[in-house]
Design a protein around this ligand. Sequence first.
Ligand SMILES: *Cc1c(COP(=O)(O)O)cnc(C)c1O
Length: 453
Amino acid sequence: MLDQKSLSALVEAVKRLDDGFDKLPDYESGAPGIGGLPEVLNATAERMRDNYPYFHPLYAGQMLKPPHAVARLAYALAMWINPNNHALDGGRATSAMEKEAVAEIAGMFGWKNFLGHLCGGGTMANLEALWAAGQLNPGKKILASEQAHYTHGRISSVLQLPFESLPCDARGRMDVHALTKRLERGGVGTVVATMGTTATGSVDPLPEILALRAKHGFRIHADAAYGGYFVLAENLEERAGRAFARIGEADSIVIDPHKHGLQPYGCGCVLFRDPGVGRLYKHDSPYTYFSSAELHLGEISLECSRPGATAAALWATQRLLPLKKGGEFARGLELGRKAALKLFEKLRADSRFVTAFPPELDIVVFAPRAESISETSALSRRIFESAARHELHLAVAELPVSFWKENLGAMNRDRETLICLRSVLMKPEHFDWVERIWELLSKSTEEILKAGN
Ligand SMILES: *Cc1c(COP(=O)(O)O)cnc(C)c1O
């Protein structure tokens, strides 16, 4: 099942890369222990078997999407050079590729003149965005919703910025009414709008937040680490579509190519609408920037050494699958969303389950119906385990009872939060596998419900 066919393209490409250095005198690498390599590599493969099958459509749990073969191979190819995108001295080609690939991502949000770069992931990218926000609005509050990624509270504490979280509405989106009231009290420097929350894929009401910015004046940071690519999807419901259409009006955006962008881990991206924020990064390195007066990415990034391989992988992927509405990549996102809607409809129509709200992106949350919330919560965990025994891999999440309210019926509300099952349907293949997923879920649920009686 694991792709091996594409490996021959790598052998070809390594030869092509090698040809680029044919003016050097011949040299054979003297890596020690090379004779034992096959055995150790096989031992590594055996250790790696101890994983959930993230690559397979029956892995429908956490946010895990396999990298595209071209990303994997371009990354591996770059390993024969191991460039460092901190400075042009360490990664000439891959620095240029990073600038091109990041410009394509910014272009997706309608930005031409911007500042941005890749970094280790969404956490690092958000750290840079909040660091800039704190420098530009010193001493002022950072606001994010209760469903925003926990990283914002933690990063604010690292940066020693005052942070406050705001309640969500019954669909997991920032409550505009609560935001309005909070803004009236003053002292707010930045509002984090989550464009696709990590738990449920809920999209914060960006148009309303933009209207409030016009009145109160604060920075808007769009955390689109998960949802950013959905700006290309043409099958969102109207409200979410309107929010994504205006993402370019935010002051900064974070997007994770290693979530929906088909990249290996270690690929986040931070973008600033005003390239002037570059001045905040100013530093004096006595030793890194000698080879060129051109921009070294380390001059606009908090991280120093960074893998150029990440840029090679992203550049190659976007060359194969351009970030265009109606393109093949966009179609993949649309299929995941269609899969989520299909699964949601099946769950909603089945009295054994209780659902929260229809998915705004491609994440579905649901739970088995029981007498009480604590019973439902316990059953969720058991169904998670039973499904895994049938090779269907889901995830478990804990969500506020308010998300389920409309659908709980006579259920005894003996807890504030409900432990539910969560399925992130982020592979395009998920669409063709919904029936099979449903069949296995039904079977696992039946087993657990029977055992309970
Ligand atoms: C995943 C995620 C993050 C954290 O990003 P990492 O790449 O895991 O460091 C931040 N915000 C949101 C909305 C996310 O989904």
